[in-house]
Ligand binder design. Structure first.
Ligand SMILES: CN(C)C(=N)NCCC[C@H](N)C(=O)O
Length: 265
C-alpha cells in the first residue's frame, strides 16, 4: 500500500488547519487556542482521508496518483473512493470531534475565575478523560453514526467537485496549474460543507445529548424535533462560516497535497 499519500495528507491537513485557525478560533471559542492538539488529531484524520482515497482509487482503477492525469478515473470511481475515505475518516474523527463539540458548547470559562462555577472540562485531554470515565469507550464515539452519514457522501462530493473543476481548466493529460488547484480545492471544500451542514447540525446535537438533559430517540427523532421547534432554517446553521472557512483551508490543502506528491515523483 503506497504510504506517501498518507504523509502528504497529514502535512496538507496541518497546513490547511493553520490557515483555518482564525475561523476556528471564532467558531470554537478558543478550542484551537493551542495548535498542538488539532495538528495531532485533525491532521491525522486528513491523512486517513487522502491516504484511503488514493489507495481505494488504486484498487478500483489500477493507477497510481502519478498515472491518473494520463488515465483519469471515472467520476463514479472518484465518488466511491471519496466515500470510502470519508467513511473511514469519520470513525477516526469521532472522538476528536466529540471533544471539540463539548468544549465549544461549554459556557463556563476554562480557567477558574472568582465567583464563577468551575469549568466542567479544563481542556481537550481532561474532556476526553472525563467522558471516558463517565460513559466509557462508547461515550467517546457518541454521534459517530451521524458523523459517518455526514462524511461518507459529502467526501464523495468533495473529490468529484475537485476532479471535475480541475478537468474543466486543464488540457488532457497535463497536471492542473497551481491556480486551478487552488480554485478547485476551495470550491470542493465549499460544496462539501454545503452538503454536510444539515447533518453537521444534527450530529452536534446528538453529541451534546450525553451532557444536557435532552435525550433524542435517535437521528430521525433529533431531526424531526429540531425542525418542529426551530423551523427548517435550523439545518443551515453555521453554513456561512463553514463555507468561508472551507475555501482557504481546502485550497491550501489540495495545493500542498498535489505539490508534495509531484515533488516526491
Ligand atoms: C464534512 N466535510 C464537508 C468535510 N470533511 N469536507 C472535507 C474538508 C476537510 C477539511 N479538513 C475541512 O475541514 O474543511
Amino acid at each position: 500500500m503506497p504510504a506517501e499519500e498518507f504523509v502528504a495528507g497529514w502535512i496538507s491537513g496541518a497546513l490547511g488547519l493553520v490557515l483555518g485557525h482564525p475561523f476556528d478560533t471564532v467558531k470554537l471559542l478558543g478550542f484551537f487556542k493551542g495548535m498542538s492538539f488539532p495538528i495531532a488529531s485533525i491532521a491525522v484524520v486528513n491523512s486517513v482521508l487522502f491516504g484511503v482515497y488514493s489507495n481505494a482509487l488504486l484498487v478500483l482503477t489500477a493507477t497510481s496518483h502519478q498515472e491518473r492525469r494520463a488515465q483519469p478515473p471515472s467520476y463514479t470511481h472518484v465518488f466511491v473512493a471519496g466515500c470510502t475515505g470519508g467513511f473511514l475518516q469519520a470513525y477516526c474523527l469521532a472522538p476528536f470531534d466529540l471533544i471539540k463539540v463539548r468544549l465549544q458548547n461549554q459556557t463556563e470559562p476554562r480557567a477558574k475565575q472568582p465567583g464563577s462555577p468551575p469549568p466542567r472540562y479544563r481542556g481537550p485531554v481532561h474532556c476526553a478523560a472525563s467522558i471516558f470515565q463517565a460513559e466509557g469507550t462508547r461515550g467517546l464515539f457518541r454521534g459517530a453514526w451521524a458523523l459517518t452519514l455526514r462524511d461518507t457522501p459529502t467526501l464523495g462530493i468533495y473529490f468529484v467537485t475537485y476532479e471535475w473543476l480541475c478537468r474543466q481548466f486543464t488540457p488532457d493529460g497535463q497536471n492542473p496549474s497551481s491556480g486551478t488547484v487552488l480554485v478547485a480545492g476551495g470550491f470542493a471544500g465549499i460544496t462539501s460543507w454545503v452538503a454536510a451542514t444539515p447533518l453537521d447540525v444534527i450530529k452536534s446535537r446528538m453529541q451534546m445529548a450525553g451532557l444536557k438533559q435532552r435525550a433524542y430517540g435517535g437521528l430521525l427523532d433529533c431531526m424531526v424535533s429540531s425542525a418542529r421547534q426551530e423551523g427548517l432554517g435550523v439545518f443551515f446553521r453555521g453554513l456561512i462560516i463553514n463555507s468561508a472557512r472551507a475555501f482557504p483551508v481546502n485550497a491550501v490543502t489540495f495545493l500542498s497535497y498535489e505539490y508534495l506528491l509531484l515533488s516526491w515523483g
